[in-house]
Design a protein around this ligand. Structure first.
Ligand SMILES: [Zn+2]
Length: 158
């Protein structure tokens, strides 16, 4: 059985059978040999270290770990897909506006820039208050932990 969530494509979780040598089988159904337990794993290459019993209950527990240790943190950083679609549409429309009426695009883009900066500071502050580390903030923005800290430490009380 694989576990999937629409907002984090590319991540399919499963309880990976642990082979006697300690390595993990690549899917929940790809084994025929004896196995000694289950560990949570994901199609992206992530694997949990905690091992559970080689029983159906152990498999359920491993699946629970995929959710709590891997999927839930990813989901917390994944914008809802409907909003991503709106954001992409806005970008495309501004590209078109730039081609047709560049001065109107400039007016709009400077408005976007002013609220975007404010919203970014607010989102960083809210994430930090909610317990996110600088590494979490950096990962959500696609930048390093150091870059996130240097860019926002002045605006966000730490
Ligand atoms: Zn994954």
């Amino acid at each position: 059985m694989t576990l999937k969530i629409a907002d984090i494509p590319g991540h399919e979780g499963f309880a990976a059978p642990v082979l006697p040598g300690g390595e993990l089988a690549r899917s929940s159904t790809a084994f025929t040999r004896t196995f000694v337990g289950y560990q949570a794993a994901c199609s992206c290459g992530w694997a949990d270290r905690r091992r559970f019993a080689a029983t159906p209950e152990g498999a359920k527990e491993a699946e629970g770990r995929w959710w709590s240790k891997h999927a839930a943190p990813l989901l917390a950083a994944a914008p809802p897909s409907w909003l991503v679609i709106k954001s992409n549409l806005l970008c495309e429309q501004i590209v078109n506006l730039t081609a047709d009426r560049p001065l109107a695009a400039l007016t709009l883009l400077s408005q976007v820039e002013s609220w975007q900066r404010t919203l970014l500071d607010q989102a960083v502050a809210a994430a930090r208050e909610g317990g996110a580390s600088w590494a979490d903030v950096g990962e959500a923005m696609g930048i390093t932990k150091q870059a996130a800290h240097e860019r926002f430490r002045a605006q966000v009380a730490t």
